[in-house]
Design a protein around this ligand. Structure first.
Ligand code: UDP
Ligand code: MG
Length: 315
């Protein structure tokens, strides 16, 4: 296979259990489609035998393109690796490896792409997940939308069909702390949403730890908004104004009425409150500085250990 029209990219971390079903469903999709499709399976340093399964498949079936990373890099970077290795000339279809994003939707996405949309992103109408996660997601997307300087669609994840030219831009974006769904929106061109019901995972547990979910949410907020820092500087200014006004009131009282009520409690309260505000402000500045720190190292975003294309090792 020289240049496939479409690449399907799926990052996999410890997905041994879902692997057979994933391959079965994607293979069925390819068999029934007129498009020439390659499937880029990225192993994100799995500890189970996912990598072995990818190797075995990619060495016998040339439609499968194996990309094995040197260690666990996290979902966003595994996806980044997959996007950079994808050879699809027309578009790249990004899905999760746990079958929460049905691969069978490709023809419908492709139709919208053919109608002139550079990005067809999936919008989750319904989620089959626990209520804590659902509420968290719901709130997060709404907060992000209200403070972001990029218009990031609500309830849409990385599941999308993205045109070759948009992927080329993504591949050129060197940012280390990646929030791909935001970067995708930032790029622009014509983008359209496609509503679907997000399935439950086919097997196993979520591979996103809470720490990873928080990291992703932080990347969304700190990479796509100036609001937190502006909010802090505004709060600072307002509190200075309040302090000044209070100071003048006390001075005038002292001059004309001669007695001032001494209140340690209120003083203590204000000190504690504003120490908290200051720590928060420092922490927020820290989040931005941290991102500059990591970016300034200029390290590669991911390290590929092995790559199998056309049933052969090329790396
Ligand atoms: N994933 C990955 N690296 C990680 C964590 C997850 O490549 O460090 C993959 C995982 O195998 C799955 C996709 O990213 O294909 C989404 O992860 P998961 O389903 O665990 O996240 P959730 O759907 O629970 O948010
Ligand atoms: Mg999942």
């Amino acid at each position: 296979m020289k240049s496939p029209q479409i690449s399907i990219v799926a990052p996999l971390y410890n997905e041994s259990e879902t692997f057979p079903l994933l391959v079965e469903r994607i293979s069925a999709l390819m068999d029934s489609s007129d498009l020439s499709i390659e499937v880029v399976l990225v192993d994100d340093g799995s500890k189970d035998d996912t990598a072995m399964k990818i190797r075995q498949l990619a060495l016998v079936d040339q439609r499968y393109h194996g990309v094995l990373l040197s260690r666990n890099h996290g979902h966003q970077l595994a996806l980044t690796a997959g996007l950079s290795k994808a050879r699809g000339t027309e578009a790249i279809f990004v899905i999760d490896g746990d079958l929460q994003d049905p691969p069978e939707l490709l023809p419908e996405f492709y139709k919208l792409y053919k109608e002139g949309n550079d990005v067809v992103y999936a919008v989750r109408k319904k989620r089959k997940e626990g209520w804590i996660k659902k509420t968290g997601y719901y709130l997060f997307y709404r907060i992000l939308r209200s403070i972001s300087y990029v218009e990031i669609p609500l309830d849409s994840g990385d599941f999308a069909l993205v045109s070759r030219r948009v992927v080329d831009v993504l591949n050129k974006m060197p940012e280390e702390s990646r929030y791909l769904r935001g970067m995708r929106s930032w790029i622009g061109f014509k983008q359209v949403g496609f509503e679907y019901e997000r399935d439950a995972r086919a097997a196993g547990e979520s591979k996103y730890s809470f720490a990873q979910l928080f990291k992703l949410a932080y990347n969304g907020i700190f990479n796509f908004s100036e609001f937190p820092i502006k909010f802090m500087s505004r709060t600072g200014m307002v509190s200075i104004l309040i302090a000044l006004a209070y100071f003048f009131i006390v001075v005038i009282k002292k001059m004309f009425f001669a007695h001032v009520i001494e209140g340690f409690t209120s003083l203590l309260f204000v000190i504690i409150l504003f120490s908290g505000v200051q720590l928060l402000a420092l922490g927020i500045i820290g989040e931005y500085v941290l991102r500059i720190f990591f970016q300034s190292k200029g390290r590669p975003l991911f390290i590929v250990k092995e790559e199998i294309v056309n049933c052969e090792y090329i790396n």
